[in-house]
Design a protein around this ligand. Sequence first.
Ligand code: ADP
Ligand code: TMP
Ligand code: MG
Ligand code: ZN
Length: 192
Amino acid sequence: MAGKLTVIVGPMYSGKTTELLSYVEIYDLGKKAYSVFKPSIDTRYGTETVKAHSGIEVKATVISDPEEILRHIDESTQAVFIDEVQFLPPSLSDVAKNLVDRGIDVFCAGLDLSFKQNPFETTAKLLALADVVIKKKAVCSICGEHNATLTFKISGGENEIDVGGKEKYIAVCRDCYNKLSRGEIDASAAII
Ligand code: ADP
Ligand code: TMP
Ligand code: MG
Ligand code: ZN
């Protein structure tokens, strides 16, 4: 039987990694064989764990090329988990398709949009292939509502590939994003 591709997307702090790790726990409790991967670019929390903003973490294999996933798994593997997919090349979607066709469940988490609201190509391709899409929301750092679908950059320049956390990015709803962009409010109004 074929596996399923589940893709978890949303802005920063929306709980993507936490949700990914909750699925890892389900496979772990069920004594299933699985592997966890993350791109080498995401160096925020040390190199060999996937870690949520809340602090929970699991061991992961660091990769830069999606093909490396195929070399790390074997016939016993029942699930593959990949965090921060926006930092991996778009060929990840071919690897994901290969895995589900072989009966392996694949769980991916990552940003759908950059802070400029440009889609990340790898995430977009995975979303198109997905059996299950989970779109998460964060608490808006400006208005406090649980309706943040976007990430706003508050410092660090214009680069759309720029690893960081609260010092650089806040999660916001569309109305607050537009007010920040128009200069009607500034990031000092952030409550989170
Ligand atoms: P993601 O991978 O989507 O960035 P994580 O799963 O790493 O999210 O972190 C989610 C956690 O971040 C929440 O459980 C909460 O503790 C914390 N957090 C910090 N800022 C916010 C926010 N603006 N909205 C919601 N949760 C936030
Ligand atoms: P997170 O979704 O787990 O919070 O992590 C997102 C990572 O992506 C974090 O290191 C910041 C980075 N990032 C970019 O490189 N470009 C962007 O446009 C955004 C919004 C985040
Ligand atoms: Mg995360
Ligand atoms: Zn808002």
